[in-house]
Ligand binder design. Structure first.
Ligand SMILES: Nc1ncnc2c1ncn2[C@@H]1O[C@H](COP(=O)(O)OP(=O)(O)OP(=O)(O)O)[C@@H](O)[C@H]1O
Ligand SMILES: [Mg+2]
Length: 304
């Protein structure tokens, strides 16, 4: 029996190649201009990111993957303005940004809704921050809840919602402030597989309807390939761009595409890359990381 030959992941079907051409012609909404980040500790320093150079086009969907510790969260925190760069800078619509701003919305992995505010008030929060008066903020919040399909839960409190619903409110809250870029760090990782797929489809629906550019960080290669126009692969120690992949899948995406040869070829390539870093494509919890780090240090100490 001959092994089934997968296509080259770099071969784009005609419609995808055309779409990528169109995307390339659009302006950059977000530019990562030679960004480096060093964390200085008492006895040593960690180069979390080194010379990251990348631009995200308007209405593009970019996923960032890489093994644990390669600097994904550091990168997205820098993009959000929650962390400063050591070298280089971030530009939004061509202008350098410092610190957080309403032009960038963020959705984290953990549910971060205000537990003491009902769903509508949670979404109103970002709108009112922008100076909009209350009645208008409420009207807009209800519209955003409609976009994420939760208008009938406007008066519920976060603890009354499932994890997936809470993340939909978090997305509505982030979008309600009308950011140019939506930044998502493992936003669906805490959800079960079925809910996760639903959320991925929701997110792509929303993204199709409105003018938003998305940077989405994930451990999950299936998720990255399913969602992204382009995938930025980071390698660890120091965090650097290893490769930028154009995903060879047509849009709109459907779950059935996960079984296509193009999907499998892309996944096989990504798995190979991450294996070559000595990393792991599976999600690791923090405890597992903590366990390997001291061991590595011990080995190094002995060698010296
Ligand atoms: N505040 C900090 N102080 C010191 N070192 C840090 C800090 N934040 C991150 N680091 C280090 O920077 C590197 C990148 O961490 P980061 O959290 O960005 O990785 P990651 O790719 O998001 O990992 P994971 O997939 O496990 O979430 C790691 O070596 C980490 O230990
Ligand atoms: Mg992280």
């Amino acid at each position: 029996m001959t092994e089934h030959q997968l296509p080259d992941y770099r071969t784009l079907p005609a419609d995808v190649a055309e779409r990528m051409d169109q995307i390339r012609q659009r302006e950059y909404v977000l530019e990562i201009d030679h960004v480096g980040k060093v964390f200085a500790q008492k006895r040593h320093q960690t180069v979390a990111l080194e010379d990251i150079e990348f631009g995200v086009h308007r209405r593009e969907f970019v996923c960032v993957v890489g093994p644990s510790g390669c600097g994904k969260s550091t990168l997205i925190r820098i993009l959000a303005g929650l962390e400063e760069t050591t070298t280089g800078r971030i530009l939004v619509d061509g202008k350098p940004v410092n610190g957080p701003g309403p032009d960038r919305g963020m959705v984290f992995q953990k549910y971060t809704l205000f537990p003491w505010l009902d769903v509508c008030r949670n979404v109103m929060f970002g709108i009112e921050m922008g100076g909009t008066e209350r009645a208008e903020a409420r009207r807009q919040a209800m519209q955003w809840l409609q976009v994420v399909g939760l208008e009938q839960f406007a008066a519920s409190f976060p603890h009354q919602l499932s994890g997936g619903m809470q993340q939909r409110v978090a997305i509505a809250r982030a979008l309600a402030a009308r950011p140019r870029v939506l930044l998502m760090d493992e936003s669906f990782s805490a959800l079960d597989a079925q809910t996760r797929l639903k959320m991925q489809n929701y997110l792509m629906e929303i993204w199709r309807k409105i003018d938003i550019t998305i940077v989405f960080i994930t451990h999950d290669l299936d998720e990255a390939i399913y969602l992204a126009d382009r995938i930025l692969v980071l390698k660890p120690r120091p965090g650097r761009v290893e490769e930028v992949i154009e995903v060879p899948l047509s849009r709109p995406r459907r779950a059935a595409q996960m079984m296509s040869d193009e999907f499998l070829a892309t996944k096989a390539h990504l798995e190979g890359l991450i294996r070559s870093f000595g990393g792991n494509t599976e999600e690791t919890d923090e405890g597992a990381d903590d366990f390997t780090m001291p061991l590595l240090t011990l080995v190094t100490d002995k060698a010296e």
